[in-house]
Design a protein around this ligand. Structure first.
Ligand code: GLU
Length: 284
């Protein structure tokens, strides 16, 4: 395989970028760019109810200030719903309307509407299999789920009228030619669902690398929800990310400028040095 990798950073515009999302940005950027590949940015605003106005612009601004250059145009999921609709139609009988309310479903969905919805169907689900869906992650190793026993038929189109993340991400990664998905390990357990959809739709599976997630003393992910501070446009932000990712950046980089930082990072990036952990305690 001599084709260049295509990576991506796919933040949800629900607030400013925090350390956790910067990690995914930095790692996916270096993973693709250090070997001359492409790095795409996609704004995952498919859940329009959660979109915070101005957040996407703020994120793109920060990436620019941090010297991270994306390839091509930034895509917005909210403008691509026609593609999700087509993919859902292509699933044929594997996708079915569901009228169950959230309250009726406790725990794993047991396929109540598989053979026909009983009331007004507002959502659409996809059938899953009672077998192991597994993949080998570059950082986390082998990961497997029995989707029927552990997840159940999952939602593709939500009762509130929005397409689900699981469908949108699979369609977009394929449509954009993404070959490597580098993101936080909080999404590890979403990956078998995404692989299931890729198989049903006849899409190739990208290579996955799930990064350790930064957590605080309470075991919470550093995010807006845990009041983690927003990442600033300083070299310190980048340096801290590289350190967290096990790359052992020299302190001298803190005295230099952003181009010098990236120069060092591109030349020294080594995915194998990322700690093979799901979480790492990080003092905010
Ligand atoms: N939009 C998701 C998030 O911000 C990331 C999705 C992905 O990388 O697949 O958590």
């Amino acid at each position: 395989m001599d084709s260049k990798p295509v990576g991506r950073f796919a933040p949800s515009p629900t607030g400013p970028l925090h350390f956790g999302s910067i990690l995914a940005a930095v790692a996916s950027y270096l993973d693709a760019k250090s070997v001359g590949g492409k790095w795409l940015v996609r704004i995952e605003d498919v859940d329009e109810a959660r979109t915070v106005s101005g957040a996407a612009e703020g994120m793109l601004n920060l990436l620019e200030q941090l010297g991270m250059e994306w390839d091509g145009e930034v895509l917005y999921q909210s403008r691509r719903t026609h593609l999700y609709r087509e993919a859902m139609a292509a699933l044929g009988g594997f996708a079915y309307p569901c009228s169950c309310s959230r309250r009726e479903i406790e725990g794993i969905y047991r396929g109540t509407c598989r053979n026909g919805a009983k009331g007004e169907a507002k959502s659409v689900r996809v059938r899953v299999d009672d077998e192991k869906t597994s993949f080998v992650d570059l950082i986390q190793g082998e990961y497997a789920q029995n989707l029927e026993k552990e997840v159940g038929d999952f939602v593709l189109f939500r009762a509130d009228g929005f397409f689900a993340y699981q469908l949108a991400v699979v369609v977009d990664d394929w449509d954009q030619g993404v070959t490597r998905v580098v993101r936080g390990a909080d999404l590890l357990d979403s990956t078998p669902r995404q692989i299931h959809l890729q198989r049903l739709l006849g899409f190739d599976m990208p290579i996955y690398a799930h990064l350790p997630v930064a957590i605080n003393e309470k075991g919470e992910k550093l995010s807006k929800q845990t009041q983690a501070e927003a990442a600033g446009p300083e070299i310190r932000t980048l340096f801290r990310s590289l350190n967290f990712l096990g790359q052992d950046p020299p302190d001298a980089l803190l005295e230099g400028d952003i181009p010098a930082f990236w120069n060092w990072a591109m030349n020294n990036w080594d995915l194998d040095r990322i700690p093979k952990l799901k979480t790492i305690l990080e003092k905010a």
